[in-house]
Design a protein around this ligand. Structure first.
Ligand code: ADP
Ligand code: MG
Length: 292
């Protein structure tokens, strides 16, 4: 390999907003067989909107204020949507301590509501169920709906459910088609539910997907591909994805990613534009041809 050819190639890519943080990237990329996408923030814009709010008959009147309080220090895009919900000022006195982020699941904290303390959780149904017990019967049909679902509960049970909608990037389907033309297999991994992930896969032409995937499931998925001899490029935004990004042969972080991803990623896509990805792969292949 001539260092001059690699440097020229890296310079050309940098002009397009593709930055390589490690020397091996251009040489590893032509061997990549599989591109794995994270959903939220990578294939989608991570611009969630709360589209529906459901409350149990027995819900705490302060439920939605508690939800906002729980999300106050989370950097998850769902947290941004929930803290932005317009609410009438509540009359309850709320205090919060021991706030915890549960990666790929949600948030929890000990909240005092008018002096009465209990542990509250907000996130996936199975996560909140650890405190709140079984999901109310009237909410079982929610699973058939589209939209990301987030639940609020404490040891008294479930209090509220929020439906959120994200937007798939407009260029995603075209970019996926280009990657398929380049002979690459594509995969979608997400901690979100089946209905939402299946719809995103269908919309973008990705055949292989995994829903309800915890961060360690995502890593296992990539390792399994590698054991079969595949070389994996993983694209993520780094919120909950740092381990799987680190496990891929090449990792790329999209514009607007969390700091953890930007620190760990081999490639940074500086423009908010997924079409940089097929460009990068094509350029790496051309550079290899020149070198040989
Ligand atoms: P993805 O794999 O699509 O990037 P995550 O792994 O970040 O999704 O999250 C998986 C699921 O966990 C979300 O769909 C949501 O139900 C729940 N979740 C994670 N973080 C939060 C949070 N801060 N607040 C509420 N729910 C959350
Ligand atoms: Mg994510």
């Amino acid at each position: 390999a001539t260092p001059a050819a690699l440097a020229a190639s890296a310079g050309r890519l940098a002009k397009h907003g593709i930055l390589m943080t490690r020397g091996h990237v251009l040489e590893t990329l032509p061997a990549v067989t599989d591109v794995v996408f994270d959903k939220t923030g990578t294939l989608t814009r991570a611009a969630f909107r709360v589209t529906e709010i459901l409350r149990c008959a027995t819900a705490d009147p302060a439920a939605l204020h508690i939800a906002k309080l729980l999300e106050r220090h989370s950097e998850h895009p769902i947290a941004r949507a929930i803290t932005a919900m317009p609410l009438e000022p509540g009359s309850a006195e709320l205090h919060c301590r021991e706030r915890r982020n549960h990666i790929g699941c949600g948030v929890s904290a000990t909240v005092s509501v008018n002096g009465r303390e209990s542990v509250w959780a907000l996130g996936r149904a199975d996560f909140v169920a650890q405190w709140a017990g079984a999901l109310p019967d009237e909410w079982r049909t929610l699973a058939a709906q589209h939209g990301t679902l987030v639940f609020l509960g404490n040891e008294q049970g479930f209090h509220a459910a929020l439906v959120l909608e994200d937007q798939i990037r407009e260029d995603a389907a075209a970019v996926l088609a280009q990657l398929h033309e380049q002979g690459l297999r594509t995969h979608l991994l997400s901690g979100d539910r089946e209905a939402v992930v299946a719809a995103a896969a269908r919309h973008t032409g990705i055949v292989r997907y995994r829903a309800d995937a915890a961060p360690e499931d995502k890593l296992h998925y990539v390792r399994h591909l590698q054991q079969q001899g595949c070389r994996v490029l993983m694209l993520g935004d780094g919120i909950n994805d740092a381990p799987v990004l680190a496990g891929a042969d090449v990792s790329a972080a999209v514009a607007g990613s969390a700091d953890v991803a930007r620190d760990g990623a081999d490639v940074l896509l500086l423009q908010d534009d997924l079409s940089l990805l097929p460009q990068l792969l094509a350029q790496a292949r051309r550079t290899q041809t020149v070198i040989r």
